[in-house]
Design a protein around this ligand. Sequence first.
Ligand code: SAH
Length: 300
Amino acid sequence: MCRLRCLLPALLTAGTVAAVLMVAGGCGAAENAAAPASDDPAGAAAAQPGKTADEPSEGPAKTPAEGEAGAKKPPEAEKPWSPPTFTARPAERDRMVREIERYGLADKAVLEAMRSVPRHEFVPAAQSRDAYDDEPLPIGYGQTISQPYMVAEMTRQLDLEAGDKVLEVGTGSGYQAAVLTHFTRHVYTMEIVGPLAEAARKRLDRLGYDVVAVRHGDGYHGWPAKGAFDAIIVTCATGQIPPPLLKQLKPGGRMVIPVGGPFSIQRLMLVRKDEAGDVTSRSLMAVRFVPLLRRDPTRD
Ligand code: SAH
């Protein structure tokens, strides 16, 4: 994997603060890599790691009217669930988190989630030594596991709350999905490369992230049967925001998505749908992601 990096000034749009683009240069396959945009001095995400509405709750007290005949049956309580914990390679995990913090990302819940998920379990054995470097790494089929800083920043931008339903397009190794489970157990992820989808499903189950639903398919169409979603994260770049994904975003929902061609500078966009259904977007930073594919390259 190429380690040559160059620094380019990023073009910024209104609403963002200084950011620097670090592009993995001369590596052939596109990789998702970026450097920090420290636009969150306050560490805004409200979610709490491991503490989610996944735990059964009593729900709000019934009003007398609701208690009367014909009232809706309360939804079945979900079994309690919390993300698995791991002890291997703690010093390296700390080092990785310190590096993310150096970029200005201060959100404690996000940092804790990044510390908790064992990235070395999500990379091929040949990459294990480098698993906690702040780099994208190859995972086969021309795809990459994202750079840890990018995973952290995209997670933060989703501003997840316990109980939110989140869709990821681009499962890859399953690492990003595992990080998301620290905020909500309602994680749906789609992968177009069949063998990657299958491997991620098995890996997530084996490691205990068994609440994640993995589907093999073209995420361009989203997952209508499971939507609408409070948050959508796309981890591959598209020329434009897929209309089906916009449709499947709930009012009040957030989407982070890299927009741009495979050989041009892409922008990481934060898209919001307000309660009235109006959509606004802003550019967060320049990034480089693998392209969103429209067919499984392992199928005829
Ligand atoms: N989030 C991943 C890294 C993603 S790399 C992780 O944590 O490891 C981008 C992934 O998007 C690749 O695995 C690629 O195969 C997948 N992909 C590309 N086009 C897609 C599409 N249309 N639908 C679903 N997945 C897609």
